[in-house]
Design a protein around this ligand. Structure first.
Ligand code: GNR
Ligand code: NI
Length: 176
């Protein structure tokens, strides 16, 4: 069990395009466990590997509500096969953009192909919060953030705020 520090806006690491996972082995499963620990600690309902600084195409999600049994899910090398024309709007947040929330419109349902934690090919037809969360996380694998889907005026406001915060309080991984 290990909780990893989160990468926060405006760190350019968040804009990296992540690379496919080549091998689903014990080491990768351990990393997936660390991602889940980090997500539960935050707490959040999803986490992409790049948010802990690993440019790998994998993400974890747990949509279980408080008091329910945990339902951790690991998606490796996910690909959106199809998106609905129907859209839905959710208020989104991001662990890499703390305390900022905005409504985002996305396809209401998506079909996603991925490898599970055993390296087995899977497909899921997702709707509702799972569809939104999968799209939010898959965006991260491509260096895209939910603020890229809101108005430029709002995005510029958020960027300005987080640039100022970073200047006042540099990230701990900076030395000196
Ligand atoms: O914890 C999270 N909540 C959330 C709410 C609505 C839409 C997407 C999300 S994902 C977010 C965690 C996160 O930043 N994942 O990348
Ligand atoms: Ni996010």
């Amino acid at each position: 069990m290990s909780i990893k520090p989160l990468i926060i806006l405006p760190d350019p690491i968040l804009r990296q395009v992540s690379k496919p996972v080549e091998r689903v082995d014990a080491q990768l499963r351990k990393f997936a466990g660390d991602m889940l620990d980090t997500m539960y600690d935050a707490p959040g309902i999803g986490l992409a590997a790049i948010q802990v600084g690993e440019p790998l195409r994998m993400l974890v999600i747990d949509l279980a509500k408080e008091g329910e049994e945990p339902a951790p899910q690991v998606f490796i090398n996910p690909e959106v096969l199809a998106s609905s024309d129907e859209r839905s709007v959710y208020e989104e947040g991001c662990l890499s953009i703390p305390d900022y929330y905005a409504e985002v419109e996305r396809p209401a349902s998506v079909r996603v192909k991925y490898l599970d934690r055993d390296g087995k090919q899977q497909e899921v037809a997702a709707e509702g919060l799972l569809a939104t969360c999968l799209q939010h996380e898959i965006d991260h694998l491509n260096g895209v953030l939910f603020i890229d889907h809101i108005s430029k005026l709002k995005r510029d406001m958020v960027m300005k705020k987080f640039k100022k915060l970073a200047k006042d309080k540099p990230p701990t991984r900076m030395v000196g």
